[in-house]
Design a protein around this ligand. Structure first.
Ligand code: HEM
Length: 122
């Protein structure tokens, strides 16, 4: 039998569209997990000006700030990549070269946005 006995994840080289697909799923899980705590903090911050001042203090914690950065970046990536999926669902960009180019475009857009986000947050 020629079926693989084990999978060495380090030896799997995914095409660009495959990497884009994995990142789409990872970003989905990330935004799902972080949505509730981020929403709770937002609602808390809108309660009073004292609450707002306390919520602002969260952003002095580097771990929280990094999570917030990843949350917003994850939403951005998931949104852009989601639009790419929807375009393909309508029957466009379905060739290998178009799929590769659109995957690269989502990476470039997310990369550019990450710089802008870094600039806003730090
Ligand atoms: C903000 C909250 C969101 C959450 C928690 C979320 C979560 C998810 C999850 C769990 C999946 C399945 C991923 C997988 O099986 O690989 C998914 C897929 C998808 N999401 Fe979202 N999503 C959100 C927002 C959006 C938005 C705003 C769009 C619009 C652009 C979008 C477009 C898509 C598309 C098109 C798919 C299907 C991708 C495919 O066919 O593989 N999502 N999302």
């Amino acid at each position: 039998m020629n079926a693989p006995r084990y999978l060495n994840l380090l030896k799997i080289t995914l095409p660009l569209a495959g990497i884009s697909s994995i990142l789409h799923r990872i970003s989905a899980v990330g935004i799902f997990v972080l949505s509730l705590p981020m929403t709770i903090l937002l609602v808390f911050s809108l309660g009073s000006s004292d609450n707002f001042e306390q919520a602002v203090l969260f952003f002095e914690n580097i771990i929280f700030k990094t999570l917030f950065f990843l949350f917003i970046l994850g939403i951005f990536y998931h949104f852009v990549s989601g639009i790419r999926h929807l375009v393909m669902d309508f029957g466009y960009w379905e060739t290998l070269s178009a799929g590769r180019a659109s995957a690269m475009a989502t990476f470039v857009l997310t990369g550019l946005f990450s710089f802008y986000l870094l600039y806003l947050l730090w």
